[in-house]
Design a protein around this ligand. Structure first.
Ligand code: ADP
Length: 261
């Protein structure tokens, strides 16, 4: 940036070009920020406004199902069932999109709290599934962090509910939550002994609506991990997974530790 190219009279002609470059880059970044904001509000508005017409499709489909099941022919019963299932799935997806776009717009201030408290709230929200599957959830003591507590609670809740959902048949689900201080960040881990993930999907599972199983095999809109990723990125951290297919997965996320002392 400091290089000044001079012409043969000693005038700095290269400097002008550099200034123009910086201005263009700044404009490009502004443009990117503007279009990101626009995209976010677009996602928010569409998902919010789509809820109303969808609600009416879903409720009339359910009304048809209740009043006319068995009174038309069996094809009609099937069609109505597909309609109800489709509308229900779409409702979950739209709600998921809305939650996803709210990560940026409805985030709270960062405060100092103990990550173990956030984990405990998540565990109490998941108590009925933990009891139902007789899961052994084993957390290490966790550090104090500076973050959005309700979003970090959500992170634990999404990761642990996945660990419960993608458990292996016939063995007790075991979930270990831990944290390590490395350089200027904390690295949290949520480890399970579930079905695992094939390596080629290790990045794609964090995309919106990406699921690795057929509809009906496991419940879910495929947006839980995308929300986790967005929350962690809002905190300046990273999210990744290490997994062995058929053995289990460990999800890691980092949170900068610089403000905690
Ligand atoms: P959902 O759980 O609603 O399908 P997610 O975004 O939470 O969506 O997860 C995306 C996909 O990643 C899941 O459908 C599943 O295939 C895979 N996955 C997530 N967590 C785990 C886990 N703990 N063990 C195995 N697979 C997982």
């Amino acid at each position: 940036l400091t290089t000044i190219i001079k012409d043969n009279k000693g005038n700095p002609k290269g400097m002008l070009a550099t200034i123009r470059d910086i201005t263009e880059r700044k404009e490009a970044i502004n443009e990117l920020e503007r279009s990101n904001k626009e995209l976010q509000s677009f996602a928010y508005i569409t998902s919010h406004d789509l809820q109303e017409p969808l609600r009416s499709i879903a409720s009339y489909a359910q009304l048809l199902q209740r009043r006319y099941e068995g009174k038309l022919d069996s094809d009609a019963d099937d069609f109505i069932d597909f309609m109800v299932a489709g509308a229900t799935r779409m409702k979950d997806q739209i709600q998921g999109l809305l939650d996803y776009s709210r990560v940026g717009t409805h985030g709270e201030e960062f405060n100092k709290f103990n990550a173990g408290d956030a984990l405990n709230i998540a565990l109490s929200n998941l108590k009925s599934s933990i009891d139902e599957y007789d899961a052994d959830v084993n957390p290490d003591p966790l550090p104090d962090i500076v973050a959005d507590e309700s979003q970090i609670t959500r992170v634990f809740q999404n990761l642990i509910s996945n660990a419960l959902k993608f458990r292996r048949e016939g063995i007790q689900p075991k979930i270990h939550v831990s944290a390590q201080n490395k350089d200027d960040e904390y690295i949290f881990s949520v480890q399970d002994n579930g079905i695992g993930i094939e390596e080629q999907y290790n990045d794609r599972i964090f995309e919106v609506f990406k699921r690795l199983h057929a509809i009906g095999e496991y419940e879910g809109a495929g947006i839980g991990l995308a929300i986790v990723k967005r929350i962690i990125e809002r905190h300046g951290g990273r999210l990744w997974v290490e997994s062995e297919f058929g053995v289990g997965s460990t999800f890691y996320f980092s949170i900068p530790a610089k403000d905690v002392k």
